[in-house]
Design a protein around this ligand. Structure first.
Ligand code: SF4
Ligand code: SF4
Length: 301
């Protein structure tokens, strides 16, 4: 039963993190309009099971007025709301208050900030990056804030750190840009080892991401259709994982089965299940363009 709709307000981001699932960055295209947000909310409301609406991206604060309007619309419809941000807009405490105070009035129930080595902090040579300022001010304002942390590599040069087991042991999952930028030199395993999807419920998702193209993602870049073509209640009612050419094999036997069914041979052994899944999906993108989209999430175009 679907409980959360995460609106990918924009694919654009002021950062271009190596571990980004969605290949976001300053050149990434695709941002919601106000009318499109209203349409997603209306469809989510009609479904009757959705409790939470999240605004994320990319970096949703890049389109601050639109985000605020979306939060307001979602609250008016009775949804709980959340935001995921990198906090880079918090240049000073006084300025951070300007960004954050309206969120209190809108009763935002979950403010998640990326606070780690990857997100412009210590990696960028700053011991007190803007996100720390954002966190301090958010806590002072009583906002329900939490942090998203990806483990910092333990030692060595940056390129050597990327090859270290510490990242594997952290939260990095090798899909999107992470599959291309962070897997060199990592220990590999046979593809046959990855017989299940470790993270997503592809049969009965409780959470989906929706982008401005209407794509409903059950994992980043893996979609079950567009709500601009088929409204969300019907899309979910008609969705059968076993009939989906990518989700079906993933449910049946994980990324190993996906590669096997479609005859994909990964170039080198994968570093984790997501790495194999991402490699297979990118190889299949022209065969299933309606389900593996948008191409920019795969580092293409
Ligand atoms: S991981 Fe977050 S902050 Fe980094 S590029 Fe992606 S959306 Fe931007
Ligand atoms: S195995 Fe595939 S579908 Fe599952 S979380 Fe990883 S990338 Fe997503």
């Amino acid at each position: 039963m679907l409980r959360e709709v995460h609106i990918l307000l924009t694919y654009s981001c002021n950062f271009e993190c190596d571990h980004c699932f969605l290949y976001c960055g300053p050149k990434a295209r695709g941002t919601f309009t106000r009318a499109q947000i209203a349409e997603v909310l209306e469809q989510a409301k009609r479904l009757g099971t959705v409790e939470w609406i999240y605004f994320e991206g990319g970096e949703p604060f890049l389109f601050y007025s639109l985000m605020i309007e979306g939060l307001d619309m979602a609250r008016a419809l009775g949804f709980k709301t959340g935001i995921v941000t990198n906090g880079s807009w918090a240049t000073t405490e006084a300025d951070a208050e300007l960004w954050l105070e309206p969120l209190s009035a809108l009763e935002v129930a979950d403010l998640s900030m990326s606070d780690d080595w990857f997100h412009g902090g210590e990696r960028g040579g700053r011991s007190d990056p803007p996100v720390k300022t954002a966190l301090r001010v958010a806590r002072r304002l009583g906002l329900p804030v939490d942090t998203i942390r990806i483990e910092r590599p333990a030692s060595g040069t940056e390129s050597a750190q990327h090859k270290g087991a510490t990242i594997v042991g952290g939260e990095v999952r090798f899909r999107g840009r992470a599959a291309d930028r962070l897997t060199d030199g990592l220990p590999r395993q046979p593809a046959a080892a990855f017989t299940e999807c470790p993270y997503e419920d592809l049969q009965t998702p409780e959470r989906v991401h929706v982008d401005c193209h209407g794509n409903v993602h059950v994992c980043q870049g893996l979609t079950i259709g567009s709500i601009w073509d088929t409204r969300l209640p019907r899309l979910l009612a008609e969705y059968r994982a076993e009939a989906h050419p990518v989700c079906g094999p993933l449910v049946e036997g994980g990324p190993a089965r996906l590669a096997e069914v479609h005859g994909i041979a990964p170039e080198a052994g994968p570093a984790d299940a997501c790495h194999l899944c991402f490699q297979a999906r990118r190889a299949l993108i022209d065969r299933f363009p309606e389900y593996l989209t948008p191409r920019q999430v795969y580092g293409l175009d």
